[in-house]
Design a protein around this ligand. Sequence first.
Ligand SMILES: C[S@@+](CC[C@H](N)C(=O)[O-])C[C@H]1O[C@@H](n2cnc3c(N)ncnc32)[C@H](O)[C@@H]1O
Length: 476
Amino acid sequence: MDTSPTSYDQVHYPSAVYRTTTPEHLAAIARLHGLDAADPRSARVLEIAGGDGLNVLAMAAAYPGAQFVSFDLAASAVAHGQSLMAAAGLANVRIETADILDAAGSMEGPFDYVIAHGLYAWVPPHVQRATLQLIDRVLAPNGIVFISYNALPGGHIRLALRDMLLFELDGVDDPEARMDRATAVLTEFGRPRDDDSASQAALRRAARLTLNKNRHTLFHDELGPVYDPKSLQTIVAEAAAHHLAYLTEAQAGGLFHGFPGEAVDDRETVRRAQRRDNDEVSFFHQSLFVRPGRHPLRVPDPAWLGTLMAGVPDSLRRTGENTFTSSAGDFELGDQMLADFLEKLIRIAPVRVPLAELAASPDHATAIFHLIDRGIIEPHSLPFPGALQPGERPIVSSLVRALIAHGVPYVVTLDHRVVQLSEEAPRRLMALMDGTRTAEEIAAEAARIGIPPELDVNLGLKQIARAGMLALSADI
Ligand SMILES: C[S@@+](CC[C@H](N)C(=O)[O-])C[C@H]1O[C@@H](n2cnc3c(N)ncnc32)[C@H](O)[C@@H]1O
């Protein structure tokens, strides 16, 4: 392995967690297709090129009985993840420095879930091939694979912007100067003009959206040495050469890629999914793969839906009798029972509610499949993994406490959400909740170390429970 620093050591890629990569979510999507997947509570999970490994650390904190491995070429990112792992005392995860090119020929499996997020479009073809070789080498027979990538045809728009940026950045080598120059070019180009043609307007809009990105993400995603978006059908063909068959998409908006509307064969499923992409000008995929020959259901089946539980995204709010809003926009639900069901999910989050009763009605089942596709209902294969009540000696997830101890301005919940937490007093209070003190002892300790008395410990505990940060026992 070449141990020299990479561009990701030079400019750190932001730490992140991705809800759609969790085995718990992947098992739910597999179940919608009538497929069994390993129990996420005891599964073996591999993340390829997981950066600092925060994504698997968050899973490991929620599922102490499962085993997680993440590796990456960027030694500085791995060192950061290892330090978080040690602070959190997580014994069920390994974060390592390794090269995909080596792992493809040597890594030991099997793994029930394999994740490759944000990698495939940014590495050259031989690393793409090695990624698929590695997956083929370690994937268990009933394993589920998650590969995200920038897709065509939408990627053509990003390619056009990238060409423009690389032209303007010719000769600019310093990373900070590259980020500054790229921001200036995007800002100037992104300004709408009165006489814009349709293609100019579309590119300028793409430039404005790119400006919303984190500066370091921009440095790698737009200005890195490789940017190789591919169509869904190309990726499916590449995966097929490594004994992987297309299942569906993990992200909102992708459910019907795997449900083409009638029981067609795998080839026709992919053709129809590609037609959707062409129509939607898709630019991003989170494609799932399984071993060939598993025959996933291609028509939505309420019986399988009824085996799952439902949750809702943080952003969902009821705005009227039948109206709601979420990050996906405003919408209306004519069906009173469904509207009340959503209301209940919002009220009792992070608790998840079985879908069995609603799925028994064909109309409700159809509506729920569409709500899942729009990201308004989140399908779950398991109940919320943390505690719902503080108990006698409350325990905030050890990863949350480790992130606080590392001075990070956000925390990650046990249901894989990022919560911004920059205020000092609640951070210090949560650091005390390690299972060694009762609520009264926490209040006394808080007063002793000068945490303002208006911070009510019992109220705080309710908020922490609702945010999904209370762990079940001291070992998580
Ligand atoms: C765009 S970042 C994505 C990081 C993370 N998976 C995410 O989505 O947030 C790409 C990652 O791939 C890693 N990478 C690139 N080539 C690699 C290789 N040959 N072996 C291992 N990791 C590699 C980089 O170090 C970097 O952390």
